[in-house]
Design a binder for this molecule. Sequence first.
Ligand SMILES: Nc1nc(=O)c2c([nH]1)NC[C@@H]1CN(c3ccc(C(=O)N[C@@H](CCC(=O)O)C(=O)O)cc3)CN21
Ligand SMILES: O=c1ccn([C@H]2C[C@H](O)[C@@H](COP(=O)(O)O)O2)c(=O)[nH]1
Length: 286
Amino acid sequence: MRRVWTGGSERRDRTGVGTRALFGETLAFDLSGGTIPLLTTKRVYWKSAVRELLWFVAGETRIRPLVAQGVHIWTDWPLERYNRAHPEALLSRDAFEARILADDAFEAAWGDLGPVYGRQWRRWQGADGREHDQLAALVRGLRDNPAGRRHIFTGWNVAELEQMALPPCHMTYQYFVADGRLSGILYQRSCDLGLGFPFNILEAALLLHMIAQQVGLGVGRLTWMGADVHLYLNHAHLVETQLAREPRAWPRLTLAPAADLFSYRFEDFAVAGYEPHPAIAAPVAV
Ligand SMILES: Nc1nc(=O)c2c([nH]1)NC[C@@H]1CN(c3ccc(C(=O)N[C@@H](CCC(=O)O)C(=O)O)cc3)CN21
Ligand SMILES: O=c1ccn([C@H]2C[C@H](O)[C@@H](COP(=O)(O)O)O2)c(=O)[nH]1
């Protein structure tokens, strides 16, 4: 974060907010013993991250199930689409979410993000119309051929990018088995270090723990590769506050076993030893 803030190149980005960015950064975490990279220099709402991850794994692309659980992180994109189409009667976020929950026709018209992560992970549509469940195939592949070099899933479906509310940021995941442990790499093409990163790195770690449990392996290393790694210029307060704080010990995850990768429930995730510094509010660039 310090290097991006002090040495990043300043650029005008798609959102108009402006960022400082570095290109091609790597982080690695040893996740043995249940360790999770849940940041301590601000409070991260890990419960929202668990709910978002389970929403991806369930193959969901509609915001209603998130909103129903009090998770608001995806609401701004469909809301912006709605308000652009209705400049005469703009809705607040609360009013929009209330209609998404209460009105089925409204939800069908405005509540879908398009073929984003969940769709691609679970139901990638091939040219012949056949659907590919990349996560199910990944688990099978790890069980049948641990030494494989093709343990990959990706959200980057070129033919469908234009229909997505946002093209995938955490776009490609790959796994590797050695010495009874599962390791993973996440390639992230674009990273909002202030808001997105804490969720992305945590969810990649939770998913690694889930997959390892399903294939009967321990957990090894998680490597994160960021391409355009940026800080938004309106996050100065967040950056300076986090950099002034002393990091604390990583918390640990206890994951109750589930019948398969798609049967985990929120209650199966328990986090111990999380004693973060206070939360820091920051605006999200839409
Ligand atoms: N600019 C931008 N940054 C992102 O991180 C991001 C996007 N856009 N677009 C799509 C998703 C949505 N994501 C988001 C959106 C909002 C928060 C956010 O506001 N987080 C607050 C509150 C979290 C909560 O209430 O649970 C935080 O303090 O972490 C985080 C991730 C990640 N992605
Ligand atoms: O999981 C996510 C989703 C989004 N982001 C950030 C990265 C960028 O700041 C924006 C996306 O804008 P693009 O112009 O499409 O790159 O959202 C993230 O960090 N993590």
